[in-house]
Write a protein that binds this ligand. Structure first.
Ligand SMILES: [Zn+2]
Ligand SMILES: [Zn+2]
Length: 133
């Protein structure tokens, strides 16, 4: 049995996920909230947070840790990939380069720990900042 309330929740989650996947900008919850609100004006920030939690539990979204002193950023691309974090503009970009060593680790063990994914954030100056754009 699906209640009206459950349908609304499913719809909200769908919009949160769509907006998260729409751009590879790895938004904060606040940025995502502003985008989702354009489509669902009555949604609250708390609802966006709750849906992000559920999407993480179901493996459809990833919370990016490791950007110290900053708000958490979220990624709607759950498969393992490398990130580049620019110290200048603070953008986080997906890298398409695959390091065979990293992918070889998937499904194997390292020091007796079982590996099922990786989150790597490389840091530096992005190509836009390097070219002064
Ligand atoms: Zn930059
Ligand atoms: Zn990403």
């Amino acid at each position: 049995m699906t209640t009206t309330c459950q349908r609304r929740n499913t719809r909200q989650r769908q919009v949160v996920l769509e907006e998260l996947m729409a751009e590879c900008s790895h938004p904060t919850a606040g940025e995502l909230y502003r985008r989702v609100r354009e489509r669902l004006p009555r949604i609250s920030l708390g609802t966006v947070y709750r849906n992000l939690e559920i999407l993480q539990e179901s493996g459809q979204a990833v919370r990016l840790a490791g950007c110290s002193g900053q708000e958490a950023r979220y990624d709607g691309r759950p498969e393992p990939h490398l990130h580049f974090h620019c110290a200048g503009c603070e953008n986080i970009t997906d890298l398409e380069t695959v390091f065979p060593l990293m992918d070889d680790l998937l499904g194997s063990t390292l020091e007796n720990h079982e590996i099922d994914g990786y989150h790597v954030i490389l840091r530096g100056t992005c190509r836009n900042c390097r070219s002064g754009a």
